[in-house]
Write a protein that binds this ligand. Structure first.
Ligand SMILES: Cc1cc2nc3c(=O)[nH]c(=O)nc-3n(C[C@H](O)[C@H](O)[C@H](O)COP(=O)(O)OP(=O)(O)OC[C@H]3O[C@@H](n4cnc5c(N)ncnc54)[C@H](O)[C@@H]3O)c2cc1C
Length: 403
């Protein structure tokens, strides 16, 4: 029997890999619902917009394997529409530098020197902040590198590591690597529910409301899992995967190295129906960094939102809605767009990801105990904490367990 603890994407990927191999798996989740930091709230709203890119091959492969790939669509196949509120200029930007041979797909401030300075971050070199590395190219930093950094690392470029961004940049060269995909309806129907269904179909069991309180150990092995209302002894052939956030893993296993500084993501969800198609718009010089327009609502992302995490919906919503109106009018987004903000819900994920700063990455062992493996986005040192890292870590933990 294998116990996977934590039904975020790492735990879902681990449980799915094991169940489809015919192993006997139980997936335990503390909260009433699965998905973790990529989940649907009780009313069906996503906690926050989640995007994948074409080079997220493990995540896309996982979607394929759970029968959910067709639910993810590319809202802006011709390039990202970006509105700069500083001067009202609008452009369509290719995410890949290879797309910049077309002058109408270039980001603001791009120059040969700027592109070379950005490309240098993909090479092994001194780890420093992105703002320092790009100091000679302030317009390109503002128009492209900083938004990319905030989206990919959830850390502002004055603080973010060149080597961590380099991990992403190195993957962007392959054909199709920069295609941007979002869930057509939401994370519940397009990711979490299909994953749980696939685990169930393969024979895995799912136990929501099972919070792991402690792990009993003896001679380098886990011997029992202590849940809030019962204890599960582990037999000789039993194994465990802990697919938990860093702070929770450290509570259970205090010697494990783990990140200790985190950055928030603030999402605003406006109850505004629009006829479609799904659109994904970028803003510069604005509170809203990305605006996702789906038939069911309009979602705004504010990554690295340290200041915004302390503000209330009354302050955030009117500001965001005024910016949304400018963007949807500029890019001709279909539908009626009233002047007054529709009802808005703010979701603040205060520990959305680690802060990806320069310096050594705390890397935990995959198997800290003989029958216990670790998973979770923060355990995959080759990538920043993302869906891709979570899925890869879950699948690696499944492979690492004794057969
Ligand atoms: C708002 C937001 C937007 C994001 N946008 C993107 C994006 O666009 N693209 C991208 O790639 N990534 C994005 N991310 C990051 C992505 O969501 C995470 O990297 C990923 O979901 C982490 O998955 P995980 O399984 O490693 O961890 P988690 O999702 O944290 O899963 C851990 C699970 O363990 C459960 N748990 C905790 N303690 C216990 C316990 N004691 N017992 C049992 N269960 C427990 C938790 O409830 C949770 O379900 C975003 C994150 C946020 C918050």
């Amino acid at each position: 029997m294998i116990h996977v603890v934590g039904a975020g994407l790492a735990g879902l990927a681990a449980a799915h890999a094991l169940a489809t191999e015919g192993r006997i798996v139980t997936l335990h989740e503390a909260t009433p619902s699965a998905g973790g930091r990529a989940r649907a709230l009780a009313d069906g709203t996503d906690n926050g917009t989640h995007a994948l890119i074409g080079c997220n091959t493990a995540a896309l492969g996982f979607l394929d394997s759970i029968g959910a790939r067709q639910f993810w669509l590319e809202p802006e196949p011709d390039g990202l529409p970006v509105l700069d509120l500083a001067d009202g200029s609008a452009r369509t930007v290719a995410l890949s530098p290879f797309g910049w041979w077309r002058s109408d797909r270039r980001p603001a401030g791009v120059s040969l020197g700027g592109v070379m300075a950005m490309a240098a971050m993909a090479l092994p070199s001194e780890d420093r902040t992105i703002a320092k590395a790009m100091a000679g190219y302030p317009e390109f930093l503002r128009g492209f590198v900083d938004p990319l950094t905030i989206a990919a690392l959830n850390t502002p470029s004055v603080e973010a590591s060149t080597q961590r961004l380099g991990q992403i940049l190195r993957r962007l060269g392959a054909p199709g690597a920069t295609r941007l995909l979002v869930a057509r309806r939401g994370l519940g129907p397009d990711l979490v529910e299909p994953a749980l269904a696939a685990i169930g179909l393969a024979g895995g069991a799912y136990r929501p409301g099972h919070r792991l309180r402690g792990i009993t150990q003896y001679a380098g092995r886990a011997t029992a899992l202590v849940f809030h209302d019962h204890e599960t002894p582990l037999a000789a052939g039993d194994s465990v995967i802990l697919a938990l956030p860093p702070w929770e893993t450290q509570r259970l296993l205090p010697d494990i190295p783990a990140p200790d500084a985190f950055a928030p993501i603030v999402n605003l969800h406006f109850a505004h129906a629009s006829p479609g198609p799904v659109r994904f718009l970028g803003l510069l010089g604005a509170l809203c960094q990305w605006v996702l327009v789906r038939p069911g609502g309009v979602a705004v992302t504010v990554s690295a939102g340290d200041a915004e995490a302390d503000q209330e919906v009354e302050a955030l919503a009117p500001r965001a809605w005024a910016e949304i109106l400018q963007a949807v009018r500029k890019f001709g987004v279909a539908g009626d767009w009233p002047e007054a903000p529709p009802p808005c819900r703010v979701v603040k994920e205060r520990r959305a990801t680690p802060r990806h700063r320069p310096g050594p990455i705390p890397t935990p062992p995959r198997m800290p105990l003989a029958n216990l493996a670790l998973a979770g986005d923060w355990t995959w040192p080759d990538l920043p904490a993302t869906i891709e890292a979570a899925i890869r870590s879950g699948q690696a933990a499944a492979r690492a367990l004794p057969g």
